[in-house]
Ligand binder design. Structure first.
Ligand code: 6GU
Length: 262
């Protein structure tokens, strides 16, 4: 998977050389390039923003600078020949067309379902906005060019810019790539997406007694059927209490007879 990130703080993404992500880069599973948006400016001040039309506080990112950058990275520039297409990374069932993603606190919520879908893409291009955001014509223009453009929020709170949001989305997406994790537990995630999403049951390790608190007896019983049932009931009860919105979205077909009693 090829990943381009455009930001006025590309150094922010130096951390991607560490840990699991660093290993995935070394293995050739992911290839990440963080670009500085200011490299596409022409003025002495390298300005990327301007005052909002219609008035208001803050600054808005200018469409012209973004367009020069995105045309080049998407290969839409008329001077870019078709022969620049790379053919090294051959992963099956992936989509070759780049997906352009803008973090935006006023956009739909990014979910596990989106992460799963985007993990099948060959090329992701993230555009990090700063200040009060970016000119709305940028995503509009690229959609009109036939580009798959997504805008996502990562939650109901305000961040200073898109960099943290991109880091969050990138981790959620890339950990699903085959070979990224040491083990195959990423596959399990599929059942926690969309209509079947439940909060997980609680986990315990040894010792069975610790500071006067016991592990639930059933987990020590060795009866896998009972353990599964206990965990499933707990997942349903906790989801109902903490995230009733997820219960409302549950696909009834994913429930079994015993669930309905819970
Ligand atoms: Cl995607 N961007 C910013 N700036 N703030 C956010 C966000 C994104 N998602 C939640 N808050």
């Amino acid at each position: 998977m090829k990943i381009d990130i455009v930001s006025v703080f590309p150094e922010y993404f130096d951390v991607l050389n560490l840990s699991l992500f660093g290993k995935a880069q070394a293995k050739g599973l992911v290839e990440v390039h963080a670009h500085n948006l200011r490299d596409w400016t022409h003025d002495v001040h390298h300005s990327v923003d301007d005052t909002p039309v219609g008035g208001g506080a803050g600054m808005v990112m200018k469409p012209e600078v973004w367009a020069e950058c995105l045309d080049e990275l998407l290969g839409l520039d008329s001077s870019t020949s078709e022969s620049t297409t790379e053919v090294d990374d051959v992963s099956t069932d992936s989509t070759a067309a780049p997906v352009l993603i803008f973090p935006n606190p006023s956009a739909p919520l990014f979910t596990q379902r989106d992460a799963t879908e985007l993990s099948h893409a060959d090329h992701l291009l993230f555009g990090c906005g700063r200040y009060e955001g970016y000119d709305a014509r940028i995503p509009e223009y690229y959609r009109a060019q036939g580009v798959d453009v997504r805008e996502y929020s990562i939650g109901d709170y305000v961040l200073n810019g898109g960099e943290v949001a991109v880091s969050v989305m990138l981790e959620a997406i890339t950990r699903l790539l085959p070979g990224f994790m040491g083990n195959a537990d990423s596959i399990v995630e599929e059942s926690y997406t969309g209509a079947n999403a439940l909060l997980e049951h609680r986990q315990y390790t040894k010792p069975a007694q610790w500071r006067g608190i016991s592990v639930p007896d059933v987990l020590l019983s060795g009866d896998h059927g009972k353990v599964d049932r206990f965990r499933r009931d707990e997942a349903l009860a906790r989801t109902n209490e903490i995230r009733p919105d997820l219960i409302e979205r549950l696909d009834c077909a994913s429930l079994d007879k015993a669930d309905r009693k819970t």
